[in-house]
Design a protein around this ligand. Structure first.
Ligand SMILES: [Zn+2]
Length: 63
């Protein structure tokens, strides 16, 4: 079982594809991570589904 999984998603600010490492040992978490391209804070909500795959949603922090 891999606890860290990498996912690719689009930054909600600059729309660049960025890669994130997700800690799948936590069922549900939300945190803020700065975009590696534009450095703006992305609010992330992460859920791990029944098969252990992370489902990530990204929001702008200023909405
Ligand atoms: Zn960005």
């Amino acid at each position: 079982m891999t606890l860290l999984d990498s996912v690719t998603l689009q930054c909600p600010y600059c729309w660049e594809s960025i890669e994130l490492l997700i800690d799948c040992s936590v069922d549900q978490q939300s945190y803020v991570e700065d975009c590696s391209v534009c450095c703006r804070p992305i609010h992330l909500e992460v859920m791990v589904d029944a098969s252990g795959e992370p489902v990530v949603q990204a929001y702008r922090d200023d909405d």
